[in-house]
Design a binder for this molecule. Structure first.
Ligand code: ZN
Ligand code: ZN
Length: 133
Protein backbone atom coordinates (compact mmCIF):
# COMPACT_ATOMS: atom_id res chain seq x y z
CA UNK A 1 0.00 0.00 0.00
CA UNK A 2 1.25 3.44 -0.84
CA UNK A 3 0.33 6.76 0.59
CA UNK A 4 -2.26 7.37 -2.14
CA UNK A 5 -4.35 4.32 -1.28
CA UNK A 6 -4.23 5.27 2.41
CA UNK A 7 -5.63 8.63 1.39
CA UNK A 8 -8.38 7.01 -0.70
CA UNK A 9 -9.27 4.69 2.16
CA UNK A 10 -9.44 7.66 4.46
CA UNK A 11 -11.73 9.59 2.14
CA UNK A 12 -13.91 6.53 1.60
CA UNK A 13 -14.30 5.89 5.33
CA UNK A 14 -14.99 9.56 5.95
CA UNK A 15 -17.68 9.61 3.24
CA UNK A 16 -19.25 6.41 4.53
CA UNK A 17 -19.21 7.69 8.09
CA UNK A 18 -20.72 11.06 7.22
CA UNK A 19 -23.41 9.56 4.99
CA UNK A 20 -24.13 6.96 7.64
CA UNK A 21 -24.26 9.62 10.32
CA UNK A 22 -26.55 11.76 8.20
CA UNK A 23 -28.89 8.87 7.56
CA UNK A 24 -28.83 7.88 11.22
CA UNK A 25 -29.58 11.45 12.27
CA UNK A 26 -32.46 11.72 9.80
CA UNK A 27 -33.75 8.41 10.98
CA UNK A 28 -33.61 9.47 14.62
CA UNK A 29 -35.31 12.77 13.84
CA UNK A 30 -38.06 11.01 11.92
CA UNK A 31 -38.46 8.49 14.68
CA UNK A 32 -38.60 11.24 17.27
CA UNK A 33 -41.21 13.21 15.35
CA UNK A 34 -43.33 10.08 15.03
CA UNK A 35 -42.96 9.54 18.75
CA UNK A 36 -43.79 13.17 19.46
CA UNK A 37 -46.84 12.95 17.21
CA UNK A 38 -48.01 9.86 18.95
CA UNK A 39 -47.43 11.40 22.34
CA UNK A 40 -49.29 14.62 21.54
CA UNK A 41 -52.13 12.63 20.01
CA UNK A 42 -52.28 10.53 23.14
CA UNK A 43 -52.25 13.66 25.30
CA UNK A 44 -55.05 15.10 23.17
CA UNK A 45 -57.09 11.98 23.59
CA UNK A 46 -56.49 11.97 27.32
CA UNK A 47 -57.47 15.62 27.52
CA UNK A 48 -60.57 15.00 25.45
CA UNK A 49 -61.55 12.05 27.58
CA UNK A 50 -61.01 14.07 30.72
CA UNK A 51 -63.04 17.02 29.54
CA UNK A 52 -65.73 14.66 28.32
CA UNK A 53 -66.01 12.95 31.69
CA UNK A 54 -65.98 16.33 33.40
CA UNK A 55 -68.76 17.51 31.10
CA UNK A 56 -70.68 14.35 31.77
CA UNK A 57 -70.25 14.85 35.51
CA UNK A 58 -71.44 18.45 35.28
CA UNK A 59 -74.39 17.36 33.19
CA UNK A 60 -75.33 14.79 35.80
CA UNK A 61 -74.90 17.28 38.62
CA UNK A 62 -77.06 19.71 36.73
CA UNK A 63 -79.72 17.09 36.20
CA UNK A 64 -79.80 16.39 39.92
CA UNK A 65 -79.84 20.11 40.59
CA UNK A 66 -82.85 20.57 38.34
CA UNK A 67 -84.62 17.55 39.77
CA UNK A 68 -86.83 19.64 42.04
CA UNK A 69 -90.17 18.24 41.00
CA UNK A 70 -90.80 21.31 38.88
CA UNK A 71 -91.85 20.77 35.31
CA UNK A 72 -89.32 23.31 34.11
CA UNK A 73 -90.29 25.71 31.41
CA UNK A 74 -87.33 27.67 30.10
CA UNK A 75 -89.09 29.74 27.50
CA UNK A 76 -90.02 32.98 29.19
CA UNK A 77 -92.08 35.03 26.76
CA UNK A 78 -92.19 38.19 28.84
CA UNK A 79 -88.52 38.79 29.40
CA UNK A 80 -89.00 39.02 33.13
CA UNK A 81 -86.25 36.46 33.69
CA UNK A 82 -82.74 36.21 32.32
CA UNK A 83 -82.40 33.81 29.39
CA UNK A 84 -82.63 30.08 30.14
CA UNK A 85 -84.35 30.54 33.46
CA UNK A 86 -87.33 28.41 34.36
CA UNK A 87 -90.23 30.80 34.68
CA UNK A 88 -92.02 28.38 37.00
CA UNK A 89 -89.40 27.87 39.70
CA UNK A 90 -86.78 30.49 38.77
CA UNK A 91 -83.83 28.12 38.46
CA UNK A 92 -81.34 28.63 35.66
CA UNK A 93 -81.03 25.83 33.14
CA UNK A 94 -77.29 25.63 33.75
CA UNK A 95 -75.72 26.32 37.10
CA UNK A 96 -74.49 29.89 36.75
CA UNK A 97 -70.81 30.70 37.19
CA UNK A 98 -69.99 32.38 40.43
CA UNK A 99 -71.10 31.78 43.97
CA UNK A 100 -74.85 32.04 43.68
CA UNK A 101 -77.07 29.45 42.06
CA UNK A 102 -79.65 32.12 41.42
CA UNK A 103 -83.27 31.52 42.02
CA UNK A 104 -85.17 34.18 40.16
CA UNK A 105 -88.48 35.51 41.30
CA UNK A 106 -90.71 37.76 39.31
CA UNK A 107 -91.18 41.27 40.61
CA UNK A 108 -94.35 43.16 39.92
CA UNK A 109 -93.67 46.48 38.32
CA UNK A 110 -94.25 48.59 35.28
CA UNK A 111 -91.66 46.54 33.36
CA UNK A 112 -91.13 42.79 33.47
CA UNK A 113 -88.32 42.04 35.85
CA UNK A 114 -87.07 39.61 38.44
CA UNK A 115 -84.65 39.29 41.29
CA UNK A 116 -82.66 36.49 42.83
CA UNK A 117 -84.11 35.53 46.19
CA UNK A 118 -80.71 34.30 47.34
CA UNK A 119 -78.33 37.12 46.43
CA UNK A 120 -80.70 39.91 45.44
CA UNK A 121 -79.39 40.29 41.91
CA UNK A 122 -81.82 42.15 39.71
CA UNK A 123 -82.80 41.57 36.14
CA UNK A 124 -84.89 43.44 33.61
CA UNK A 125 -87.30 46.25 34.48
CA UNK A 126 -86.58 45.80 38.17
CA UNK A 127 -83.24 47.46 37.55
CA UNK A 128 -84.78 50.86 36.95
CA UNK A 129 -87.57 50.71 39.53
CA UNK A 130 -86.18 48.57 42.32
CA UNK A 131 -83.39 49.45 44.70
CA UNK A 132 -80.04 48.65 43.14
CA UNK A 133 -77.37 46.94 45.19
ZN1 ZN B 1 -88.64 24.95 37.11
ZN1 ZN C 1 -78.31 34.85 43.15
Amino acid sequence: MNIKSYFLWGVGIFVILSVGGYIATRFMVALYSVFEDWQSRRDDEQLRAESESRREMLRKQNEERLDTGCDHFFDDAYGAFPPDVCCRCGLEQQKPLGGCDHQWQKIDGPLPGSHCVKCGKLHGGAKSSGPSP
